[in-house]
Design a protein around this ligand. Sequence first.
Ligand SMILES: [Zn+2]
Length: 181
Amino acid sequence: MTNNPYSRTGSSGLELDLRAEMDDLLFGSYGEVAKGKVGLLRKMRIDSNGEHIRCPCRNKVTDEPSRDQYCRYCHGHGYFWDETQIVYYKNNDSFVKDGEGLFYLQYDLEITERDYIIELKLDSEGRPIEEIERESVYEIESADKFRADNGRIEFWQISAKYNREWSVHYGVKNRQYYISP
Ligand SMILES: [Zn+2]
């Protein structure tokens, strides 16, 4: 976050409202270009017992999900999942290791270390192309809530690893899951 002399202050008036700053970063504001990108947050589906739901492509003997054959239901996870649309800011600074991604997201999402961030192919205006095309998969390694001094959650900082094995599949075929706005 930059030191902007025109930054708004929080309700206390004593500290910056970082939620508002994050909004401005992602969606733009007067004099500031939006830097957020549309992507997907992929969460494994959980049944009423809190267990992951296994995909039928798992081998009956080894219990491994199918990797040789592209499974259009689970994309090789071996579990069913759902995706929701998100807007994220990705830090591309040189200090970020190759294959690592540092993502910033809005405070009101539920994110865990078992989720994934999916980068989408976007058109020249930054909108996802009509038939969703997943470009790369990032496996979340740490999901940290950034809190203000008063304890309020201001935004998420996610560190995630580029998953080559899954990402290459996306040129082959894309199954469109239900994506809620
Ligand atoms: Zn499967």
